[in-house]
Design a protein around this ligand. Structure first.
Ligand code: UDX
Length: 446
């Protein structure tokens, strides 16, 4: 099938590439000329394991192409994906200007039947707005005769695992009440719908809400666990034991109950906020979601508070080694990353940071530029040199078995603040470290 994807961000680029990989003829459109020309040369602008080779292979095979020419894009695909950003506007609601601009573009150039698919995470009711926008522009053109359908097809991929998530989705949500559009979508996704039926067809609004409900549910699990972890510290319990104890109940499950430094990234913070705002706009107070957000914002400050307490507030002139900058492993994404809240608090208190991340160094440099209180180090070991303590913010695999003797030798004091519970507190104590973790070692915790 011929498919056009508007927007080559995470969602659009991965989706377009995966559709090409199974044999569809895909054209990706983006307004950013330099991005498009880089993609044509095989340069993928994001770090996503496995994506660059797939882009290159499919581009070379002629199944995947990139362009800034929107008119060409509209002509190309029977299916037109809208996968552009929906950034939060000032009050936290999702800003639909890019989505509606693409809808208008499609309507300006279409001259035969199209199925328009909303892939971006958009508030309930957006598909209706997209449909109305397309109808309005077609009417202005005197072409109200051209048939079109708007389908909601939310994406559930995780950064760092996007290719695998897209190739083997848990479910494929198709929001439409049109039998024709459903059939087109079934054919498009047939290569991903083997072994058992993963397609769930529902009305458009339910599909739109499904996406927010999924992300908000996962964010709720994390905030709940962070709350219990904070309690465990105060009560002298060990959250790791509690985690295993409750995860073994299949109704709860082991996934997404890891306590830490709060969730970040491009989805959870934005989507929780957007659903709160949507609820507000229809005079419903989303009390639970507000609490989820509040717990998360507070959680992002817990590591700093532990550092501050340990040093009795005397952080001026201190230097901290920081391992992990991205909001989670296997990505260079720094959006809403807990490391940012921590670094900014340390700087505010007059401390300096020597940071290392396997992928997010360039992004950190881009965000913060050159500052005297930030040194970006080439290795995790060099970040330790002369620092007053080590702080671990992101649980990269390469941090799991460090050379503890070297850490001790390089740090001025043998102190580790671990925001991800990477090590066994007893082992750390026996190695001579003062070890802080999240909800684990009551004697050392706040
Ligand atoms: C998320 C959803 O998982 C995905 O389905 C959706 O399409 C987009 O949003 P992503 O933001 O890429 O994906 O990351 P995810 O792996 O879900 O992690 C989100 C955040 O939660 C990270 O900051 C992570 O560190 C944190 N997290 C996750 C925890 O603190 N504890 C956990 O147990 C799990």
């Amino acid at each position: 099938m011929k498919v056009t994807v508007f927007g080559t961000g995470y969602v659009g680029l991965v989706q377009g590439t995966i559709l090409a990989e199974v044999g569809h003829d895909v054209l990706c459109i983006d307004v950013d000329e330099s991005k498009v020309s880089k993609l044509k040369q095989g340069h993928v602008p994001i770090y996503e394991p496995g994506l660059d080779s797939l882009v290159k292979e499919n581009y070379d095979a002629g199944r995947l192409d990139f362009s800034t020419d929107a008119a060409l894009g509209v002509k190309h695909g029977q299916v037109q994906f809208i996968a552009v950003g929906t950034p939060p506007d000032e009050d936290g609601s999702a800003d639909l200007k890019y989505v509606l601009a693409v809808a208008a573009t499609i309507a300006e150039h279409m001259d035969d039947k199209k199925v328009i698919v909303d892939k971006s995470t958009v508030p309930v009711g957006t598909a209706d707005k997209v449909y109305a926008k397309i109808s309005e522009v077609l009417e202005q053109r005197g072409r109200s005769d051209i048939p079109h359908e708007v389908v909601s097809n939310p994406e559930f991929l995780k950064e760092g695992n996007a290719v695998a998530d897209c190739m083997r989705p848990d479910r494929i949500i198709i929001g439409t009440q049109s039998k024709d559009a459903e059939e087109v979508m079934r054919e498009l996704y047939a290569p991903f719908n083997r072994n058992h039926d993963k397609i769930i067809v529902m009305d458009v609004r339910s599909a739109e809400l499904t996406k927010y409900a999924a992300n908000c549910m996962l964010a709720t699990k994390i905030s709940f666990m962070n709350e219990i972890a904070n309690l465990a510290e105060l009560m002298g319990a060990d959250i790791e034991m509690v985690r295993q104890g409750i995860g073994s109940d299949p109704r709860i499950g082991y996934q997404f109950i890891y306590p830490g430094v709060g969730y970040g990234g491009s989805c959870f913070p934005k989507d929780v906020q957007a659903l709160i705002r949507t609820a507000d706009s229809i005079d419903f107070e989303a009390k639970l979601l507000k609490a989820v957000e509040e717990r998360n914002n507070a959680q992002k400050t817990t590591l700093f508070k532990k550092v501050e307490q340990h040093f009795n507030g005397a952080l001026k002139g201190k230097t901290f080694a920081l391992w992990g900058l991205s909001f989670k492993p296997n990505t260079d994404d720094m959006r809403e990353a807990p490391s940012r809240v921590l670094m900014e608090a340390l700087w505010q208190a007059g401390a300096s940071v020597q940071a290392y991340d396997p992928e997010a160094m360039e992004e950190t440099q881009r965000i913060y530029g050159n500052r005297n209180d930030l040194t970006l180090c080439g290795t995790k070991e060099s970040a330790l040199k002369g620092a007053d303590a080590l702080i671990i913010v992101t649980e990269w695999q390469s941090f799991r078995a460090p050379d503890f003797d070297l850490i001790k030798a390089q740090l001025r004091e043998s102190i580790i603040f671990d925001g991800r519970n990477m090590f066994d507190p007893n082992r750390m104590t026996s190695k001579g470290f003062v070890y802080y973790s999240v909800g684990r070692k009551p004697a050392m915790s706040l």
